[in-house]
Design a protein around this ligand. Structure first.
Ligand code: F3S
Length: 427
């Protein structure tokens, strides 16, 4: 073991089993993972891990057994960590008895798994969200921090918007890394791995929808690193809260419609501000996105509904999870749209998904929260994709403004204005 990889004396001792068999297995797993990607050494983590596996699916028996072994050996992550959203919230996302029965089978181990997560170092009961980097949640890396995260939308945000350094690790590898406080050095952790191989030029007449722009970029560059120019014209220089929200949604779409783990945006993201076009490698490829290209991308999305003329039953907004600004944005838009046509309630059940800590903060503004709830809209902490994984839910006509949800489920994608029109008028 350790072949081709330099290990410190302490790491060698762990690998030789001097600190017990379980820690030995943890080290062996991380070293093998690093070797697969040609890493030469392990480097120290600067912040907590974020886990992608947040759901208690009974068939993941090896995961539960592994967790049990860690717990019995008193092994936990060095720093309290966060994890992806919970799958179920019957209070805010009510389901039929039939769906509930299926969910019981699908996520039958949820309670037990959450107990295990806590025992190995989960931060707290609210630590379930894919947007762990939001201020209310608090797993906020700094520029240059080395991390080991796995959730694709969080990885691309941490790398690009924050300028931290994490590979998109396989699930469970991030937990192993959190236990050791180390991760193999390769890919986005190295300067070389952060260079851009694509120049993406945004030449649209208006700011494109972030979910569509991210989708276009992801489908074109796939897993490469793009250097995006032309967005500062619309978003301004640097990172305002609105720009962060825009990039959060754009990045999630690029990571799911392709496999982008890092992008740079000229005059906006930290490394692009620092190094500019020096981030581009020689012989980079080019991609121009204009109004026509945006239209072409939207028209390329297949509709997965059985009846494409069905009336939508449900609408999900907030994949990835909404920031508090986005919750206010949607609240204002929904209330205004209803007022404009003299209507009190939404016609389609609309679920806004956000981190538990963000929901708590929003609820403290009782007046606004109550106004939103009176429209019939609900706020939940679940991951809508885990809801859509239930075959009975997948059979229903669900609409969303999330390109990630569209990609991985039967939900139908609409732009924000179209979504608003539909939830208010019911078609
Ligand atoms: Fe987050 Fe689930 Fe969407 S983890 S990005 S809400 S698919």
């Amino acid at each position: 073991m350790g072949n081709g990889m330099f290990l410190t004396e302490e790491e060698k001792k762990i690998l030789d089993g001097e600190f017990g068999e379980t820690l030995q297995k943890v080290m062996k797993t991380v070293v093998l993972y690093g070797q697969t990607f040609g890493a030469k050494r392990l480097v120290k983590l600067d912040g907590p891990v974020h886990l992608v596996t947040s759901f208690g699916i009974p068939m993941l028996t090896p995961v539960f057994e592994m967790m049990e072994e860690l717990i019995k050996s008193n092994i936990k992550a060095r720093e309290p960590f966060t994890v992806d959203p919970r799958p179920l919230d019957y209070r805010n996302v009510p389901v039929s008895i039939a769906k509930k029965l299926i969910f019981k089978v699908m996520y039958g181990k949820q309670k037990e798994y959450e107990v295990q997560l806590k025992a190995v170092g989960l931060k707290d009961d609210n630590a379930f969200t894919c947007a762990c980097y939001l201020p209310e949640v608090g797993n906020i890396p700094k520029k240059g921090d080395i991390l080991a995260w796995a959730e694709s939308s969080a990885v691309v945000y941490a790398n690009s918007v924050i300028g931290a350094r994490t590979n998109r690790n396989s699930g469970i590898i991030e937990l192993m890394s959190g236990i050791l406080g180390k991760t193999p050095e390769f890919g986005f952790i190295t300067d070389e791995g952060r260079k851009a191989t694509w120049l993406v030029e945004v030449k649209t007449s208006n700011l494109p929808n972030p979910q569509v722009l991210g989708s276009a970029i992801g489908m074109k560059v796939v897993e490469d690193v793009p250097y995006i120019i032309g967005l500062d014209k619309f978003l301004g220089l640097g990172l305002s809260d609105d720009t962060k929200d825009y990039l959060k949604d754009m990045g999630a779409a690029s990571a799911s419609n392709g496999a982008v783990g890092l992008y740079h945006v000229e005059n906006i993201t930290p490394e692009a501000v620092e190094m500019g076009r020096n981030l581009l490698v020689d012989g980079y490829k080019s991609y121009i996105i204009d109004d026509e290209e945006i239209k072409r991308v939207i028209n390329s999305y297949p509709v997965m509904w059985k009846n494409i003329n069905a009336k939508p039953k449900l609408c999900f907004i907030g994949c990835p999870h909404l920031s508090i600004n986005q919750l206010y944005f949607w609240t204002e838009r929904i209330i205004k749209a209803l007022e404009n046509i003299g209507q009190k309630k939404l016609k389609i059940t609309t679920i806004l998904c956000a981190p538990p800590d963000v929901i708590d903060a929003f609820k403290r503004d009782e007046k606004t929260y109550n106004k939103l709830i009176q429209t019939g809209a609900k706020i939940t902490y679940i991951c809508p994709l885990m809801y859509m994984n239930n075959p009975l839910c997948a059979n229903e006509a669900v609409i969303t403004n999330s390109n990630k949800l569209r990609t991985y489920s039967t939900a139908r994608f609409y732009l924000d204005d179209e979504i608003l029109e539909r939830i208010v008028r019911g078609y």
